[in-house]
Design a protein. Structure first.
Lengths: 247, 343
């Protein structure tokens, strides 16, 4: 395996971190409303119209980066989306992007569960970021430290990435993946959930493409090799971070 | 291999009028009546439940009935069957609804139908054999307006330990600050019901419902809910619910604080219940509303135990449906407390 940059930036300017256990990049945070708004502005699709987004915002109202706090940071996340809608966003992000499988999510969680949190400034994650992206990353970072302290947990990298105290996240389940499940450990203020994040996803009994769950969001994986194997003309390949410290 | 109905695959012939049940074995520690099934006709529940509207009464009852039925997987000699056809049908219906993640319709307090469930529980150490009869119906304390006409009021046996379901996340600020006054309402209703009730301390199990959504629930209590060994094994999804080899190992983790005595595999489950009681008492004592409640309970000679439960285990809900099957947590604790306190 060739050495990888530790971070890449997706087409919306948000960072992804290399996870060697799954040999892909994974979004540092679940997909945020800011990211999805780039998509909404770009897709010529009547399905994702203003009414659609209004309905989504009714489920989990928007908060601006400057308003993010420990009492509302989950409102910055794009939740209430159905798996198929998440996949549309993944396709828009470019070749090599996909939603994780349950096994991916487990591997990612375990790989960062005991890792210390990143120093956002020292790691270079904030360098050259758009002002909104930078503000959101910083504010969520502070909010999660506070929320974790209240829950008497050390935030670590899992908390910082909102794998813990974030949203419930869509994952593909089955072998081969044929169904949907949810993973995560949201703060009880956002969504009650007593499943352990390291345990496999429980089988969904609801129809995820009919029912809309206000607390269900997602994050994406990006595989450079899969992208390379796809047609070579991707218009928006992720850009490498210049500040990479290896990986 | 177990059929798809699992433990609910009881013979419907039990419901036929001509069916004669064998006389149950009398446990030495029970107050089991001499008659064959006298309590079927009795209007008095064996467990009284009080709850404000919207505090999770129906969900709690569903989860409790589900787990009482499933307990045989942890207690090899334990048996549970319905005492009447209505309960039998309800058990099947509840079991299926839990499997599908369906939530109850609006509370009966808001005008839904009233339900009564009657079970026969056998070989339930250390309490032996019991009838379990509960009503999912508004109580005259917290839903008094329903009882203005007084036509459907049923008698309440105040000498039995009562369950008070309280959802902290559904209390408005005023109610939250005046829990002691809610306790007053209960005790006042009890005293108004008759002299005989005054002979004993009022034994009350305060059940904090919807524990998964309580934002400031102490991590220790959250851990008890999350690690409920019974719930994890019983309600983790259809695959495991209906597997052929469905015995449950309730052994505690090697580093657990309790050692497991030989014999009853539920001892660790029971000891966790005591620690939950203590931890909840300590937690409530840390704020003024909780201290007022505990102080008032002492003044009123109310013997109180605490329990924290989550009927669904998850709040990932769309409309009237959970994303996953129900995963009830610690929902039998209140009933076990009621038995221990003399129910």
């Amino acid at each position: 395996m060739l050495s990888q940059d530790r971070f890449v930036i997706d087409r919306t300017g948000f960072p992804m971190i290399w996870c060697k256990e799954v040999e892909t990049y994974v979004h540092f945070l679940p997909i945020t409303k800011i990211q999805f708004e780039y998509f909404l502005c770009d897709v010529p699709d009547a399905y994702f119209d203003a009414d659609w987004y209004d309905r989504i915002l009714n489920l989990n109202p928007r908060v601006t980066p400057s308003e993010v706090s420990a009492a509302n940071y989950w409102r910055a996340l794009m939740t209430g989306v159905k798996p198929a809608e998440s996949q549309r966003f993944a396709a828009w992000c470019g070749p090599g992007f996909r939603l994780p499988t349950d096994a991916d999510w487990t591997a990612i969680y375990r790989s960062v569960e005991t890792e210390p949190a990143e120093d956002l400034h020292a790691s270079g994650l904030l360098e050259d970021r758009d002002q909104r992206v930078r503000a959101l990353l910083e504010r969520i970072d502070v909010a999660v430290v506070e929320a974790s302290a209240r829950m008497r947990r050390v935030p670590g990298l899992a908390g910082q990435m909102l794998l813990r105290f974030g949203a419930m996240e869509w994952v593909r389940v089955g072998s081969p993946p044929s169904a949907w499940g949810v993973r995560g450990e949201p703060l009880p203020d956002f969504c009650g959930n007593l499943e352990r994040p390291e345990h496999a996803a429980a089988s969904l009994v609801a129809d995820p493409n009919r029912d809309r769950f206000p607390e269900a969001g997602f994050r994406l994986l990006y595989s450079p090799s899969a992208a390379a194997a796809a047609e070579s003309g991707s218009a928006h390949p992720p850009s490498s971070e210049p500040m990479s410290d290896g990986g | 291999m177990e059929n798809r109905m699992g433990c609910l695959g009881f013979p419907l012939s039990l419901f036929r009028p001509e069916h004669k049940e064998e006389s149950p074995h009398r446990g030495s520690e029970t107050d089991f009546p001499e008659e064959e099934h006298p309590m079927i006709e009795s209007p008095t529940p064996s467990v009284e439940i009080f709850a404000m509207p919207g505090h999770g009464r129906t969900s709690f009852l569903w989860a409790m009935l589900f787990q009482l039925r499933q307990l045989s997987r942890a207690w090899p000699s334990y048996l549970c069957w319905p005492l009447d056809e209505s309960t039998g049908k309800s058990l099947l219906d509840i079991h299926e609804r839990l499997r599908l993640g369906q939530l109850p319709e609006r509370s009966v307090s808001d005008g839904g139908s009233e339900r009564r469930y009657a079970l026969h529980l056998r070989n339930m150490n250390p309490w032996g054999e019991r009838y379990f009869i509960v009503c999912d119906t508004p109580d005259p304390v917290f839903t008094a307006s329903r009882f203005d006409a007084d036509s459907n009021r049923r008698p309440i046996d105040w000498n039995r330990p009562a369950l008070w379901l309280l959802s902290l996340s559904d209390l408005d600020e005023t109610r939250g600050r005046f829990l002691d006054l809610s306790l007053d309402e209960l005790v006042r209703a009890r005293r108004a019901s008759g002299e005989s009730a005054r002979e004993y301390p009022f034994r009350l199990i305060l059940v904090l419902t919807k524990g998964d959504t309580v934002t400031d629930l102490p991590p220790e209590l959250r851990c008890f809910l999350r690690e409920d060994p019974l719930a994890k094994a019983l309600a983790s999804g259809p695959d495991r619910l209906f597997r052929a080899d469905d015995g449950i190992d309730l052994s505690p983790p090697p580093d657990g604080p309790d050692s497991y005595p030989e014999g009853d595999p539920l001892n660790a489950y029971f000891s966790a219940r005591r620690r939950i009681d203590e931890a909840t008492r300590d937690w409530l004592s840390s704020n003024s509303a909780g201290r007022a409640l505990l102080g008032r309970a002492q003044d009123l000679n109310v013997e109180i135990r605490f329990s924290v439960v989550s009927a669904t285990g998850s709040g990932l809900i769309s409309g009237q449906r959970l994303a996953t099957a129900w995963s009830p947590r610690r929902v039998l604790d209140p009933y076990f407390w009621s038995l221990e306190l003399g129910g």
